[in-house]
Design a protein around this ligand. Sequence first.
Ligand code: NAD
Length: 489
Amino acid sequence: MTETITKVREVKLFINGKYVESSANQLFEVKNPATQEVIAHVHEATADDVDQAARAAREAFENGPWRTMPLSERCNKIRRMAEIIIERKEELARLEALDVGKPYTVALEREIPRAAHNLSFFADFMEQQGGEVYPMEDYINYTRYEPVGVAGLITPWNLPLMLTTWKLGPCLAAGNTAIIKPAEVTPLTVSLLGEIAKEAGIPDGVVNVVHGFGGGSTGEYMTTHPEIDLISFTGETSTGKAIMKNGADTLKKVSFELGGKAANIIFEDADLNKAIPVSIQAAFMNSGQVCLAGSRILVQRTILDKFLEQFKAAAAALVVGDPQNPTTNMGPVVSKEHYEKVTSYLDIAREENSTLIYGGKRPELPDYLNTGYYLEPTIYLQENPNARICQEEIFGPIVTIIPFDTEEEALSIANATDYGLNGIVWTENLTRAHRISHKVRAGTIWVNCWFVRDLRAPFGGFKKSGVGREGGHHSLEFFTEAKNICINL
Ligand code: NAD
């Protein structure tokens, strides 16, 4: 490993255009999940620090040039941020691989470019927006979409830069100012967004980054702060509930992207040459730490044996190893705490009489990775769709195969969950594809594909998987206030 990877970094807060230290000198450690080495000492934002950030963001919103500058100028600066991300993509991918444990090549080829695209897409999209006009006999109404104010953007650890820019793009394009809080276990790439914004010419105070934990720490200080007008949050369903309660007194506008437990339904007429490799991705990409993971694989019983054999062989072919190594397909899970949660499901699966098809233990790895939080890609077969491994979001490299006989049965299993983020359907029967897509209660349905994203399309969850939608004009609506102007002619 190179020096740039192994050195221990000091990560500061970025408030009003400058790196600053925690006012109480509170620092916490971040570890490399592949080795448990400490890779960063991070300044934790106290209530005072969050207050400083909120005041800076408020001042930049009310009195700075950001929201009133010509739209093209604002969007050019956002596009410049995207270019800087691409210019720094190797560094950002290394950092993302280092603190998340995801394969470097995946970060380099997919996630960092997508992070840049999130910004440039919303800059371009904003420039295309018009408004509504409603003429009356003697009056005319027209609508303006104005920024809301100071936005709190709180993001999880699984796709740090990609999910943060997915919020920051529309937030800035609409003319808001932002306080970003990345997850405490993976702050490295997001910590650079303040300096990248500054280098792109975005005025001080518009993009602030604070670090810390959730309840009783930085996250809660943000969600209760009177100067923060809205919270865009991605993370666990239980955290969404806490944020909604904490934000109630200051009546914050909220948008939540929460957990998932997607059904990946494989009918007997599916093209398994496509379904198997994509289902492997849906199960084990990012070590299964993807909200959209296809973690419940519903397989029609007539093809069960064939599917099990091929799916198992494909899982066995995945290279589990050092995230920095270009040939690695799957790294560790993100942290000790999360490893303990994920591996507790091995015992739960045993107690529930699930049949282990593949995995279930630490993989054989070189000595230097022996302390990493690794688990083999793990596959269970379970007949009972109400078993805990079929119902709870494990968020790790564990999937469950649930057999079914009829279409009705598949639908009823797919919908028997509190979550509703997405669903996946594999069939060559066009009418069945539509029928199932209409009946699965989830925000996104992928037919014969997975993880294909058009940034204009709505994205979000039914049921306990979210509140509101992101994507295209859905994002812009959240980050703006609609104003109607009525003129007497
Ligand atoms: P998490 O909810 O534990 O943490 C997410 C963020 O919220 C972190 O920055 C954390 O510090 C902060 N936080 C925690 N408690 C808080 C509180 N009381 N007040 C304010 N902030 C608080 O989630 P995680 O473990 O980082 O991420 C995994 C979860 O995210 C999974 O459930 C996954 O499904 C979900 N997720 C959803 C989507 C989506 O688009 N729907 C995308 C990615 C991840």
